[in-house]
Design a protein. Structure first.
Lengths: 498, 82
C-alpha cells in the first residue's frame, strides 16, 4: 500500500472516530436545550389557564403489604387543605398478608365516609391490575370528577392536591403530576443522591416538558386525572408493561389532552437506602422505558403524529437518556482508537468534549440547586459529586492538562514514566465505561461486611450518574434476552417525614 | 361551595352536571355518608397563591443567569490559578 493510500485511510478512520466521539455531544446538547427550556418556563407555563378549582377527587392507593406506611398516608390525606366533602380515599388492598386490612379498616372507622377499603382476594398481579380494580369502582357512579393515583408510602404536603387540581380548571388538561421529593427522616448518602436526581429529573426536566407540551411521565406517586381523561382512556390503565404510568401519560396526550407538571405541589416519598434496592427499582423503570420506546416507535421524531410527543426536542431528551449508557461505552472506545491513530487529535477531541460536559455539569448543578433550596441544603455535596469524584478529576484533567499527572506528582518529587503516561491516558479516556463497572461492583459487594463500608465510598468515586447508566445497561441486556417482567415491589417501611 | 380552609367560594361541579356525557352504567354511590368538614384554618387566598407561584416561575431566567455566571467564574478562577 502506498504512503498516500495509508494516509488517506488514516484520515478516513480518524474522521469516523471523530464522528463517533461527536455522538458524545448528544447528551450535552440535549441537557443544554433542556435548561434553556427550563428558563423559558417563566413565560410558557400553564398558570395563565389555571384557577382555584376543587373537583370531587377519589384518591386511589394501591397497597400490597403496606401496613407500615398506609395509615400515616391516609392521616396526612385527611389533613389536606381540600374540602373534606370533595375527597374520598379508596385503598385497593392487593391481597395483603400483613396488617394492611386492619390499618385501613381502622381508618375507615376514624374517617367515616371518607375512607374505603377495597380488597382483592386474588392479588399478586402487580400495581396496574390493582389500580384498575380501584378505577372500576371509582367509575361506577357519578360522584368522582377526578382520580388521584398515589403510592401508599408518599406524603402529600397540605397544599399539594389543591395546587394540582387548579390546572384541571382548564378542560384541555387531562392529567397533572406533582414534584416527588425524597423525604426520608434518616437520610443517607444514597437518598441524598436520589433527592438531587429528582430535582434534575422533575423540577428541571418536567418544566422543560411543560414548555414543549410533551410530558414524558406522570410520577407514579402523584397522578391526577380528570374523569373525562380516564374515560377517554377506556377507564383502565395498561397492564402489559412495567411502565404503566408512562403509558398512561402518553395515552393521555395522544387522546388530545395535556399533561401538566406542577412544580409547587410537593409530595414526599421514601426512596431506597441501598444500591441493590435502588438497582432493582430502577431496573424496572429502565425496562419500562425501553418497552415504551418500542411501543411508540411510530411516534418518535414525527411531529405530524403528535405536536408535542412527536417533537424533535422531546425525542432528543428521551433518547439522550435512553442511549446514554451506549454512548458511555462507544465514545471511550473511539477515544482509544483515535489515541492509537493520532494522539494530539485525540487530546483535542477529549478536551473539547469533556470541557463542554464539565461546563454544562457545573451550570446544571448551580441552576438545579436553586430550584429546591431544601434539597440544596441537604444534598449539595451529592450534587457536586453526581458524576463521581473520579469523573470530576477527569474534567480537571481536560481543563488543565498535566495538572494531575505531572505537576501534582512533581510537588512530591514524583514523575510518570512514558509507560505510566500511556496507562494514565488510557484510563482517563476509558473512565466513563470503567465507572459503570465500578457501580456494578458496588452492588455486588454491598451485602458483605466490607461492602457496607466500601459501597458508599465506591459510589462517591464512580458517581451516581454512572450507577444509573449501569442499571440501564442491565435493562438493555434483560430486554434483549426477554427476561421475565414480573412486578417487583420496592420495600417501604415508613421513613418519610410525617 | 365554600372551602373549609379559606371561606372562599370555589368551583365544585355538582354530580351529573359534567358537560361531557359519560358512557357506561351508573350506580348510586356506595361510599357512605359524607364526612364532616374539618375546622376552618387561617385564610388562604387561593388566587394570590396562584399568582405567587407564577411569580416564582419568573425567577427562572435569573437563576439561569446566576448559574451561567457561577460557571464562568469557576472556569476563570481555574484558568488563572493554573
Amino acid at each position: 500500500m502506498s504512503p498516500g493510500t495509508t494516509e488517506t485511510l488514516r484520515t478516513v478512520l480518524a474522521v469516523l472516530l471523530l464522528a463517533v466521539i461527536g455522538v458524545g455531544l448528544i447528551p450535552v446538547v440535549s441537557t443544554a436545550v433542556q435548561f434553556v427550556l427550563v428558563a423559558l418556563h417563566s413565560r410558557f407555563n400553564h398558570y395563565r389557564k389555571a384557577a382555584p378549582f376543587f373537583p370531587r377527587v377519589v384518591v386511589l392507593i394501591p397497597a400490597w403489604n403496606e401496613g407500615a406506611v398506609v395509615g400515616a398516608s391516609i392521616d396526612r390525606l385527611m389533613q389536606l387543605e381540600y374540602p373534606r366533602e370533595a375527597l374520598r380515599i379508596y385503598v385497593v388492598d392487593d391481597a395483603s398478608t400483613d396488617d394492611t386490612p386492619h390499618v385501613v379498616r381502622d381508618r375507615e372507622r376514624l374517617y367515616p365516609g371518607s375512607v374505603r377499603h377495597l380488597r382483592r382476594e386474588n392479588g399478586g398481579e402487580g400495581k396496574a391490575h390493582t389500580l384498575n380494580h380501584g378505577l372500576r369502582t371509582a367509575l361506577e357512579d357519578d360522584w368522582m370528577q377526578a382520580v388521584l393515583v398515589m403510592d401508599a408510602d408518599v406524603i402529600y404536603e397540605r397544599d399539594a392536591l389543591r395546587k394540582m387540581t387548579r390546572h384541571l380548571a382548564d378542560p384541555a388538561v387531562g392529567a397533572v403530576t406533582a414534584y416527588i421529593r425524597e423525604g426520608s427522616r434518616d437520610k443517607n448518602y444514597l437518598t441524598r443522591f436520589i433527592a438531587f436526581e429528582y430535582v434534575l429529573g422533575q423540577l428541571a426536566a418536567r418544566r422543560a416538558q411543560n414548555v414543549v407540551s410533551a410530558m414524558a411521565c406522570l410520577a407514579g406517586g402523584a397522578q391526577l386525572h380528570s374523569r373525562a381523561n380516564l374515560e377517554a382512556l377506556g377507564g383502565l390503565i395498561d397492564t402489559d408493561t412495567l411502565a404503566e404510568d408512562t403509558i398512561t401519560t402518553f395515552e393521555t396526550q395522544l387522546h388530545g389532552r395535556r399533561a401538566v407538571f406542577e412544580p409547587h405541589a410537593v409530595v414526599l416519598a421514601e426512596e431506597p437506602q441501598g444500591v441493590d434496592a435502588l438497582w432493582r427499582q430502577r431496573l424496572r423503570w429502565a425496562r419500562g422505558n425501553l418497552q415504551v420506546t418500542r411501543r411508540y416507535r411510530w411516534l418518535w421524531f414525527r411531529h405530524g403524529k403528535h405536536p408535542g410527543l412527536g417533537r424533535a426536542t422531546f425525542a432528543l431528551q428521551w433518547f439522550s437518556i435512553l442511549v446514554l449508557p451506549l454512548v458511555m461505552v462507544v465514545v471511550p472506545l473511539a477515544f482509544l482508537g483515535l489515541f492509537a491513530l493520532d494522539h494530539p487529535l485525540a487530546q483535542v477531541a477529549f478536551r473539547a468534549l469533556w470541557i463542554s460536559a464539565a461546563c454544562l455539569y457545573l451550570f446544571a448543578v448551580v441552576f438545579s440547586l436553586q430550584l429546591d433550596p431544601v434539597v440544596a441544603r441537604a444534598s449539595w455535596w451529592q450534587a457536586l459529586l453526581f458524576p463521581g469524584l473520579l469523573s470530576v478529576a477527569v474534567m480537571v484533567t481536560a481543563f488543565f492538562p498535566g495538572l494531575l499527572e505531572e505537576r501534582l506528582p512533581g510537588v512530591f518529587g514524583l514523575q510518570l514514566t512514558p509507560a505510566g503516561h500511556v496507562i494514565w491516558t488510557v484510563v482517563v479516556y476509558l473512565w466513563v465505561s470503567l465507572a459503570m463497572v465500578g457501580a456494578w461492583i458496588a452492588r455486588l459487594i454491598e451485602p458483605t461486611r466490607v461492602g457496607r463500608i466500601l459501597t458508599p465510598v465506591l459510589v462517591y468515586l464512580v458517581g451516581y450518574g454512572p450507577l444509573q447508566c449501569a442499571v440501564a445497561v442491565d435493562a438493555f441486556y434483560r430486554e434483549l434476552r426477554g427476561a421475565s417482567t414480573a412486578w417487583e415491589k420496592t420495600e417501604k417501611i415508613g421513613r418519610v417525614l410525617g | 361551595m365554600t372551602t373549609p380552609h379559606t371561606g372562599r367560594h370555589v368551583r365544585v361541579t355538582p354530580a351529573g352536571t359534567d358537560p361531557e356525557p359519560r358512557p357506561g352504567p351508573t350506580r348510586p354511590t356506595t361510599a357512605g355518608p359524607l364526612a364532616p368538614a374539618p375546622a376552618p384554618e387561617p385564610d388562604l387566598d387561593l388566587q394570590r397563591e396562584l399568582d405567587r407561584d407564577r411569580r416564582l416561575e419568573r425567577r427562572l431566567p435569573f437563576q439561569a443567569l446566576v448559574a451561567a455566571l457561577a460557571t464562568a467564574l469557576v472556569v476563570l478562577v481555574g484558568r488563572v490559578l493554573s
